[in-house]
Design a binder for this molecule. Structure first.
Ligand code: SAM
Length: 239
């Protein structure tokens, strides 16, 4: 009698596996995830509590001036942090890679009360590294850029962190501020991403090289569980 064993169940694919098997076509994976509406991997349903507190503690960054302040959130996901900036009276722009993502963000934004003047919510589609989306905007530079889980979602092996730093510097007005919620600081370097491991020193190396000066480096009092109590939040002024 032959004893035929059933085939083993297919291995469960992790989020990181999706990127590992993509042969480096990471943008395609992000687009696919958005097109399928599978953003639950990273979406937390609210603005980062660490950012909320940081803006309260460093309110000078968002003081109204003669011109409305403009903020950019690259890789904004469903736009929770965009909506936070807008609710503070800032003209907020969220950038996402694919139309299905900005549509989801726009629909979510439409469920919220209108932002106080001069705040606006704008969700735009484009590749952070291309000028195509910027050419469509009147605004070419921003007062504030916020990064959370965007730079660390770019493959460091492709030199994208250095390109991110150069691009961020070109998108911020002189005197403007970049805010980074530093994550995942706990992660070992040999583990697959996204997100890829990073340390506070890496931010210093990347950002000082392109003309930023670190003006704040705080441990948030409120943070998301994903950071395992290690997140830091930093503010960088463009010289
Ligand atoms: C880990 S998710 C984080 C989303 C959001 N920051 C949040 O916290 O919910 C990274 C996002 O970056 C977007 N993204 C990746 N590469 C991009 C690029 N080159 N330009 C614009 N967005 C990009 C992806 O579509 C994805 O939504």
């Amino acid at each position: 009698m032959t004893n035929i064993l059933p085939p083993p169940p297919p291995p469960k694919m992790s989020f990181q596996d999706l990127f590992a098997i993509s042969k480096g076509e990471h943008q395609g994976v992000w687009k696919d995830l958005w097109n399928k509406g599978t953003y639950h991997y990273w979406d937390r349903g609210e603005a980062s509590p660490s950012l909320v507190d940081f803006l309260k503690d460093h309110s000078e960054i968002i003081q109204p001036s003669s011109e409305p302040l403009k903020a950019l959130v690259p890789g904004c996901g469903r736009g929770h942090d965009v909506n936070l900036f807008a609710a503070l009276g800032i003209q907020a722009y969220g950038l996402e890679l694919v139309e299905s993502a900005t549509e989801i963000a726009r629909k979510h934004g439409d469920t919220l009360p209108p932002p106080p003047s001069p705040g606006t919510r704008n969700y735009i589609t484009g590749d952070f590294f291309s000028n195509e989306w910027l050419d469509r905007l009147e605004t070419k530079q921003f007062d504030i850029v916020y990064d959370y889980t965007f730079m660390v979602a770019l493959d460091p092996a492709k030199g994208l962190r250095e390109l991110w730093a150069e691009r961020v510097a070109s998108l911020i007005k002189p005197g403007g501020v970049l805010i980074c919620l530093e994550f995942p600081l706990y992660k070992a370097y040999d583990l697959p991403g996204p997100p890829w491991a990073i340390r506070s020193e890496t931010y210093i190396g990347l950002l000082e090289t392109v003309g930023f000066e670190r003006i704040h480096h705080d441990k948030p009092t409120r943070y998301l569980p994903a950071g395992k109590d290690t997140d830091m939040i930093s503010g960088w002024r463009r010289k």
